[in-house]
Design a protein around this ligand. Sequence first.
Ligand code: NAI
Ligand SMILES: NCC(=O)COP(=O)(O)O
Length: 347
Amino acid sequence: MGAPATRQRLCRSQAAGRVIPVQQRPLLISSGEPAGIGPDLCLQLLDRTPPRPVVIAGDRHLLTQRARQLGLTVTLPDYDPAFDVPWSLLPIATATTVDAGLLDARNARYVLQLLDAGIDGCMQDRFAALVTAPVHKGIINDAGIAFTGHTEYLAQRTATPRVVMMLAGGGMRVALATTHLPLAAVSTALTAEVLQETLTILHHALQQQFGLPQPRILVAGLNPHAGEGGHMGREEIEVIEPVLHTLRAQGMQLQGPLPADTLFQLKYLANADAVLAMYHDQGLPVLKYASFGEGINITLGLPMIRTSVDHGTALDLAGTGHARAESLWAALLEADQLARHRYSPAD
Ligand SMILES: NC(=O)C1=CN([C@@H]2O[C@H](COP(=O)(O)OP(=O)(O)OC[C@H]3O[C@@H](n4cnc5c(N)ncnc54)[C@H](O)[C@@H]3O)[C@@H](O)[C@H]2O)C=CC1
Ligand SMILES: NCC(=O)COP(=O)(O)O
């Protein structure tokens, strides 16, 4: 064990060959689907002062063209780790020119290159966190690349067996036991192992990353009325209740399985730190109704920090100037906070 001074964590920037304290590492924003609003949102943030330097990964020509469309004048120097500027660009070229709002499968690899730049940079301690602008899952698959979402891609690229998607907004945190899969596949995917690992990751993240020593988690049932005592589905009795029983015995504060249609009321939420929903469209519509366009998405359980927006590519708004950048800004601020906490000298 070293003395406090030697315990301060430092990183070596391979690019610059100099040591950068982790608190000064930049955040990386992947600007996402080039035909969507991701590039617009990055440009719209450039007149704000970020809490630490931010590097935007994207195509310079695309950003210049989009800025012109939006009537913005921007100066964005190329990223150089030797210089601390609030905003800079890590230039990565699209495969083909981009028209706002028009998807092109030829640019699907580019979208993944942006993500890879962020993932590799975070895993190699060059960036403090990855903040993702939205991608279009469909067009990446149309290009012949199996892709269900950032969450799953990050898990695979960092060799993490299980991660948890959690969105926060409107005073709520909503985590998901299953993520991007057809509704018909949810029941089969919802095994005791999945549920136990998900709750363990959520509980640990609430303690370690959000400073809640005794997190209180509301757990939704899967079926209407949480199965109505087994008359409307048996997953509550056969899977959810046994897992909650096991984890309560380990000291976790878990309430449920609760009927999902009534658990989102103040009476329950006021005494809880997070909700675990069983599937994507059980939990997220409630949260998005409360805070769409201002909420954030955080991937829990990764060996790096990743935050994101709460919305999609909004192709209808790309290049119009009508897209709101508040969610991307909130994701950026949260990434900074998580990085400060994760790397606090007390770690
Ligand atoms: N983090 C990510 O990469 C996410 C990606 N997606 C992807 O986005 C694509 C489109 O998904 P949709 O379901 O159409 O959702 P969407 O969020 O792109 O659009 C839904 C509606 O909200 C509006 N909207 C979205 N973002 C807005 C903003 N920042 N400001 C103002 N209005 C906004 C849109 O104009 C549209 O009317 C899909 O391929 C989906 O997979 C969806 C959610 C998250
Ligand atoms: N609705 C949230 C969402 O689909 C985000 O997914 P991901 O791309 O962050 O995994």
